[in-house]
Design a binder for this molecule. Structure first.
Ligand SMILES: *[C@@H]1O[C@H](CO)[C@@H](O)[C@H](O)[C@H]1NC(C)=O
Ligand SMILES: *[C@@H]1O[C@H](CO)[C@@H](O)[C@H](O)[C@H]1NC(C)=O
Length: 164
């Protein structure tokens, strides 16, 4: 192997391990991005993931939920393995469900719920958004509420903008 080849390899290895979560192993993909392998580590929550994560393997852990927005800072994320976790399929799982539905809907068949009771043993695919529950909010249908909602959204956006 030429010297530059060794250097590139070394660089890739250093880059791959730099931001790697402690519980996982990371590997550079030829297609750019990282493969982050966290299988079978007894994880109960998501580790801090490197921004260039492309493949994330979470199979065989003790994950029950994923916080809303958990993958928003991972624009390259394409593949998610979520099987063999005790997923708690209530409204808290809506973010993960929508993420999978948009990017890899076939995973919804493989992701089995462990709880709560009516959902237990069902693939996430078999639960509608309604069955997941609404976390206490209601879809607003009455017209007078629209300007109020628009105002709220606007206010929220402005605060986020100001913070950023
Ligand atoms: C799942 O992970 C545990 C460690 O948490 C390991 O002992 C077990 O062999 C793994 N099972 C499979 C099917 O990979
Ligand atoms: C899940 O839904 C499919 C149809 O979408 C159905 O064929 C299957 O039996 C259901 N599975 C369970 C465990 O209810």
């Amino acid at each position: 192997m030429p010297a530059w080849g060794v250097l590139v390899l070394l660089w890739a290895t250093v880059e791959a391990t730099k931001d790697c979560p402690e519980a996982c192993t990371c590997q550079h993909l030829e297609t750019m991005g990282l493969r982050v392998d966290c299988r079978g580590r007894g994880l109960t929550e998501l580790p801090d993931l490197p921004a260039h994560t492309r493949q994330l393997l979470l199979t065989n852990n003790s994950l029950r939920s994923v916080p809303p927005g958990a993958f928003d800072h991972l624009p390259q994320l394409q593949t998610l393995e979520v099987e063999q976790n005790p997923w708690h399929c209530d409204c808290g799982l809506t973010y993960l469900r929508l993420w999978l539905q948009d990017r890899m809907p076939e995973a919804l068949w493989l992701m089995h719920c462990a709880s709560p009771n009516p959902a237990a043993n069902l693939p996430l695919h078999n639960l509608t958004g309604f069955q997941l529950g609404n976390c206490g909010w209601q879809l607003q249908t009455s017209w007078p509420a629209v300007p109020v909602l628009a105002w709220l959204c606007c206010a929220l956006l402005c605060t986020t903008e100001a913070k950023a």
